[in-house]
Design a protein. Structure first.
Length: 186
């Protein structure tokens, strides 16, 4: 992501990368190490995105948005809202009501976090992105204060009755992101 962003030219097409990570905690630039409450054998990686600590692992979809904000005439706040809306729309496809929380980027269902966001902007271009819990082991979240909030519950699609595979959920997410970002482009 860093190399792609550093080597971008004015005509470099934007990209959306969709993947799953092996088990890893990531701590953002302003992250406080004390939000890792206990060691559980999962590596901690310091990353250059915004936000605090989160967990990534198999069964969670991670979407990296490598976008030229200037070309799209988007502000960071608008992109964050678009990312959240894509997840909210994906959940609505399954009749699940999801919300935003003021001052706490991400998407929540009945107070539990189902998706986290963290971006980095360099020379008007973004990298990093979002993670959506689909069908994963949520136990590692108990070892951290997710996104810096103590006792923040987390949830996932499977626990909400959605039996869609991570790959299928990822494709659905990409369709929603593409629709919203294309509509938002001027």
């Amino acid at each position: 992501m860093q190399r792609f962003t550093a080597e971008r030219a004015a005509d470099t097409p934007d990209e959306l990368w969709l993947l799953q990570h092996p088990p890893v905690f990531t701590l953002g630039l302003a992250g406080k190490p004390e939000h890792l409450r206990r060691e559980i054998g999962v590596p901690l990686v310091h990353v250059d995105r915004g936000g605090q600590i989160t967990y990534h692992g198999p069964g969670q979809i991670v979407a990296y948005l490598l976008l030229d904000l200037n070309r799209r005439r988007l502000k960071v706040r608008e992109l964050v809202q678009a990312m959240e809306q894509a997840i909210i729309d994906l959940l609505a496809d399954h009749a699940i009501e999801a919300t935003r929380r003021a001052g706490a980027p991400g998407v929540y269902v009945a107070g539990a976090k189902i998706a986290a966001l963290g971006l980095r902007v360099r020379h008007g271009c973004t990298y990093h992105g979002l993670s959506l819990n689909v069908a994963m082991d949520l136990a590692p979240f108990a070892a951290i204060n997710p996104c810096g909030y103590s006792d923040l519950p987390v949830t996932q699609l499977r626990d909400l009755g959605v039996m869609e595979s991570p790959d299928a959920a990822g494709e659905r997410l990409l369709r929603h992101l593409d629709r919203i970002l294309t509509k938002g482009s001027r």
